[in-house]
Design a protein around this ligand. Structure first.
Ligand code: XMP
Length: 508
């Protein structure tokens, strides 16, 4: 394991992914970890991430200086490199101007990071204000830029290294090569973290955890629960029963696809609970978004509990928790914007032990595992879909008729995006029904008085921030035409041009 010490979340995650792309397992730890705690985990290397702009500001985060004494190879990146320099007796100084963006790096020496087969000049990505002005004793300076004389520092004997630039970003030429040299040559790691090894490892772990007990899994149709279920099924076969609750608020064709994939193709035991009536009954007259979310969440739990109660001796519950959820749950949430309901949000008083085979993985790794396990592309590449489903995309009361209207419009939107081959470029694309709004239109010679549909398409990396997607006008036109012609009751289509923030991705 390589431990990536977090001084600023975005950087740490990106570094952890790059290490994994070099087929070495990596985990993120907070910078408050002690040297003793690190030693206990027996890492093969430690990477100190980038972070705040300066080691000189008050409360600048630091790391237990004992880490340098563990004999474990260390690489400091950007802020991490400045910490290495400062902690080991070098000098970090404030400069008049920072260095942001592209910089030309010159190889000035020979070392592990700056190997002889590297070009003498590299374009790299910088983002810092302070700079290392004197390398600590024992360190060779092997790379410089105009503004940063000690841009790459190496102590081959102690196996401690620092780079002022960001090798983890794609704009840094040969950045991944530098990381690999640190991992393979500097730290002696072997590239053994592959899809096959991940699957084998998790299959083993699941078998050991559950023994011959019964296990249940709530399938949502989404990627995470699907891959988790397929993985657990590979491990324990018929000991697993999946429960799929059809809320009546699913997308077109979704329920059939889940049943087809899991029951028929993978031969997984599946309980298909058709509960649409109960959801619509509960939602009658509910208009407030938070109340709606609560109603759907509670109803889901009740129905799932009933189904689970019928599965005898079930002791374990599978959840598709991913690595980013694990690291982020460590930080207390800021203001609550929406109460999220997902299949993971089952009540704590349910008497199950959790099985979380994806806890160590990022989303793209989960997709690769899914593909390797034989799940169809439509499931592996499915866009995120909120737990409350179409319920939070019907503004106003949620009724079966309105859900049907929206489902039809939504299917057209997704079909056209797929036809334009833009599916994987767009984080989410869907339709929203403004059910209590009406506008006047004309079709043929007739006056119409119908509902508007809003098309929402966003690009994003993690749903925390998002931008509205610049869909081609002719694509928007096709969607608009088809929706108005094919979905009775809809006579107007609008496109949402709000980013997040200030908007959210969903409308409720
Ligand atoms: P917002 O609307 O908050 O959504 O910008 C961010 C992402 O979360 C999804 N979303 C949910 N996912 N349960 C979920 O599992 C929920 O209750 C829920 N609400 C929103 C949303 O689709 C987007 O990807």
């Amino acid at each position: 394991t390589v431990l990536v010490v977090d001084f600023g979340a975005q950087y740490a995650q990106l570094i952890a992914r790059r290490v994994r792309e070099a087929h070495v397992f990596s985990e993120i730890v907070p910078h408050t970890i002690t040297a003793a705690e690190i030693a206990e985990r027996r890492p093969s290397a430690i990477i100190l991430s980038g972070g705040p702009k300066s080691v000189h500001v008050e409360d600048a985060p630091s790391i237990d200086a004992g880490v340098y004494e563990l004999g474990v190879p260390v690489l400091g990146i950007c802020y991490g490199a400045q910490l290495v320099a400062r902690d080991l007796g070098g000098e970090v100084s404030r400069t008049d101007r920072g260095e942001y963006g592209r910089a030309e790096l010159t190889r000035t020496g020979h070392g592990v990071l700056m190997a002889d087969d590297e070009p003498e000049q590299l374009t790299v990505w910088m983002s810092h204000f302070d700079t290392i002005t004197k390398a600590p004793e024992g360190f060779a300076v092997t790379g410089s830029t105009g503004a940063t004389p000690a841009a790459v520092i190496e102590d081959a004997e102690r196996r401690i290294f620092g780079v002022q630039y960001h090798p983890e970003v794609v704009h840094s030429q040969h950045g991944q090569d530098l990381l690999k040299r640190f991992l393979y040559d500097g730290a002696g790691c072997r590239p053994s973290w592959t899809m096959t090894s991940i699957i084998e490892h998790e299959v083993d772990a699941v078998r050991r955890q559950v023994g011959d007990a019964r296990v249940i899994c709530a399938l949502s149709g989404g990627v995470d629960s699907a891959v988790a279920a397929a993985l657990v099924h590979k491990a324990i076969g018929h000991q697993l029963t999946c429960v799929y609750v059809d809320t009546g608020l699913m997308r077109e064709g979704e329920s059939d696809q889940v049943v087809e994939t899991f029951q028929r193709n993978l031969q997984i035991e599946l309980q298909h609970v058709r509960a649409a009536d109960r959801f619509f009954e509960r939602l009658a007259g509910v208009l407030d978004p938070e109340e709606k979310r609560k109603a759907i969440g509670e109803q889901f739990i009740r129905i799932f509990e009933e189904a689970a109660g019928g599965i005898e001796d079930a002791k374990f519950l599978v959840q598709g928790t991913l690595y980013p959820d694990v690291i982020e749950s460590g930080t207390p949430d800021a203001a609550k914007i929406k109460s999220h309901h997902n299949v993971g949000g089952l009540p704590e008083d349910m008497d199950f032990e959790l099985v979380e085979p994806l806890r160590a993985l990022f989303k793209d790794e989960v997709r690769r595992v899914g593909t390797e396990l034989g799940l169809p592309e439509e499931i592996v590449w499915r866009q995120p879909f909120p737990g409350p489903g179409l319920g939070v995309r019907i503004i106003g009361e949620v009724t079966p008729e309105r859900a049907d209207l929206l489902r039809k419009a939504d299917a057209i939107v997704r079909e056209e995006v797929k036809r334009a081959d833009l599916e994987r470029d767009i984080w989410q694309v869907f339709a929203v029904l403004l059910a209590d709004v009406r506008s006047v239109g004309v079709m043929g010679d007739e006056r119409t008085y119908g509902h508007p549909v809003v098309i929402r398409a966003v690009t994003s990396d993690d749903a925390m921030t998002a931008d509205w997607a610049r869909l081609p006008y002719d694509l928007l036109e096709r969607m608009s035409n088809r929706i108005i012609n094919e979905v009775p009751g809809i006579n107007r289509v609008a496109y949402d041009v709000t980013s997040k923030p200030p908007g959210t991705i969903e409308w409720e």
